[in-house]
Design a protein around this ligand. Structure first.
Ligand code: ZN
Length: 213
């Protein structure tokens, strides 16, 4: 969609964001209120609610210590659940879910490395508490993996997702991003490190990149 095109209710994303912020400005924390525009937006555009025919009927904002607020919607059976109206506008968060599922799937490779190298492989002194993706970096594996996902895989991933559950989000076993991530970890260079050496590795990589640019 070209930037600035109508996204919802005749508004582009920037207009819609400004409009909702203005409406919420009039609300107090913990006030329960109705807002048909936001209800419709979530029903049509929210990555989970849209495929599950969920339309919250009321809302409230709860103060979040440290700034901002958590946004709750009232669903059927008087169930309050956190629901983000801004995620309807910015689908980046869907990729965040996928990335966290890929991270979770790669965890066994990391624990195996730590088990094999209980002492930091870089300094050889401190216990290894974490594992560094030396090459390729996790972000690059995750980026490539996510690019392999088809539209229907995206849909399926979130169709099977129990939004109400406290369990972490995972991808189906036949998902191509998951398959790519698992395969990439077979040959990835990992290093079991202490916290300081992990930071040091990251700094070294940044300097290398800067130097070659
Ligand atoms: Zn170390």
């Amino acid at each position: 969609m070209p930037r600035g095109a109508a996204f919802f209710a005749g508004m582009n994303k920037a207009q819609l964001r400004a409009c909702i912020r203005l409406r919420l400005k009039e609300r107090e924390f913990d006030e329960v209120f109705q807002d048909d525009l936001i209800s419709d937006l979530i029903a049509e555009k929210h990555y989970y609610c849209s495929v599950h025919d969920l339309r919250p009927s009321q809302f409230r904002m709860v103060y979040r210590p440290g700034g901002g607020y958590d946004f709750y919607g009232l669903f059927n059976a008087s169930r309050w659940h956190k629901v983000s109206w801004s995620q309807c506008l910015d689908p980046r968060d869907q990729n965040d879910w996928i990335q966290s599922a890929l991270r979770l799937a790669s965890a066994p490779f990391l624990s195996a490395r730590r088990l094999a190298f209980p002492i930091c492989e870089r300094c050889g002194v401190l216990p290894s508490t974490e594992v560094d993706h030396v090459s390729p970096e996790f972000q690059s594996i995750a980026r490539q993996a996510t690019q392999l996902m088809t539209t229907s895989e995206f849909r399926n991933a979130f169709r099977g997702f129990d939004w109400w559950s406290d369990q972490p989000f995972t991808l189906p076993l036949d998902n191509s991003a998951l398959a790519y991530t698992l395969q990439a970890h077979q040959s990835a260079t990992l290093q079991a490190v202490c916290k300081d050496c992990h930071l040091q590795n990251a700094t070294d990589r940044k300097m290398l990149r800067g130097g070659s640019a």
